[in-house]
Design a protein around this ligand. Structure first.
Ligand SMILES: CCCCCCCCCCCC(=O)SCCNC(=O)CCNC(=O)[C@H](O)C(C)(C)COP(=O)(O)OP(=O)(O)OC[C@H]1O[C@@H](n2cnc3c(N)ncnc32)[C@H](O)[C@@H]1OP(=O)(O)O
Length: 194
C-alpha cells in the first residue's frame, strides 16, 4: 500500500469549495435531479426516495429509511444500498456548487450493521476542488442526526457537461428527459454561468 495514491487526497494546489451565490438556502429541500433516479427519483418505484436538503457552506443533509426490499442479510441493509445512499447524498452537493458532476471514485467504510426500518441520517460536504475534480466526504448516522456513524465515504466527483448524458445515455430516456420542461429546468439550474 505504501506510496499508493487512491485519488481521494486533494493535491496541494486544490482550493476550498465555494458555495454558489444562487445555491438553495440552508434547510431548503433540493428535490430530485431526475424523476427516474434510483437514489432520489419520486417516479422510481424501486428507488431509495432519498430526500436531501441544502446545508451550510458546501454541504447537504439527507434522510433515507431502510425498507425490507433493501436487505442483504436477514433484517439488515445491503451494503450496496448503503453505498448508493452515500453516493446519492454526495451527488446532491451538485445543487450547492451548481455544477454537474458524476462519481469517479467512491470509498466506503461500513462501521456497524443498519437494520431494516432504520432512518439513515446522511450528511455530505465538499472538502476541496481542483479543476474538474471535486473531493467530498459523507457520513450516515443511525438513531438520530447526532447518533453514531454507521457508514462513511470519501469520494471524487468529476465535473461533466450535460452532453455527457446525451452522448452516453439510452436514446429513449434521453429524448423523454429533453422533452420534459421540469428536467430542462433542473439541467439549467446546474449549469455554471459562463
Ligand atoms: C441534468 C442533470 C443530471 C445530474 C446528474 C447527477 C448525477 C448524480 C447521481 C449520483 C452520483 C452517481 O452515481 S454518478 C453515476 C456513476 N458514475 C459514472 O457513471 C461515471 C463514469 N465515468 C466516466 O464517465 C468518466 O470516467 C468520468 C466522466 C468520471 C471522467 O472521464 P473524463 O471526463 O474523460 O475525465 P478524465 O480525464 O478521465 O479524468 C479527469 C480527472 O479526474 C481523474 N479521475 C477520473 N476518474 C478517477 C478515479 N476513478 N480515481 C481517481 N481519479 C480519477 C483523472 O485522473 C483526471 O485527473 P487530472 O489528470 O485532471 O489530474
Amino acid at each position: 500500500m505504501s506510496g499508493r495514491t487512491t485519488g481521494l487526497t486533494p493535491p496541494d494546489e486544490a482550493r476550498p469549495p465555494v458555495r454558489h451565490p444562487d445555491a438553495p438556502a440552508p434547510g431548503e429541500l433540493l428535490g430530485s435531479h431526475y424523476d427516474q433516479c434510483f437514489g432520489c427519483g419520486a417516479g422510481q418505484p424501486h428507488g431509495l426516495h432519498l430526500e436531501a436538503r441544502a446545508g451550510e457552506g458546501v454541504s447537504v443533509t439527507a434522510e433515507f429509511t431502510v425498507q425490507p426490499a433493501h436487505q442483504g442479510a436477514p433484517g439488515l441493509a445491503h451494503g450496496g444500498v448503503l453505498a448508493t445512499a452515500l453516493d446519492e447524498t454526495l451527488g446532491a452537493l451538485n445543487w450547492v456548487l451548481r455544477v454537474i458532476a458524476v462519481t469517479g471514485r467512491l470509498e466506503t467504510d461500513f462501521l456497524s450493521p443498519v437494520p431494516v426500518g432504520t432512518v439513515l441520517h446522511l450528511e455530505a460536504e465538499v472538502t476541496a476542488v481542483h479543476g474538474r475534480k471535486i473531493y467530498s466526504t459523507a457520513t450516515g448516522r443511525i438513531g438520530g442526526p447526532d447518533g453514531p456513524v454507521a457508514v462513511r465515504a470519501q469520494a471524487l466527483f468529476i465535473e461533466v457537461r450535460v452532453e455527457h448524458f446525451i452522448a452516453n445515455g439510452r436514446p429513449d430516456e434521453i429524448n423523454a428527459a429533453l422533452a420534459d420542461p421540469d428536467q430542462l429546468r433542473v439541467a439549467r439550474a446546474f449549469e455554471v454561468n459562463p
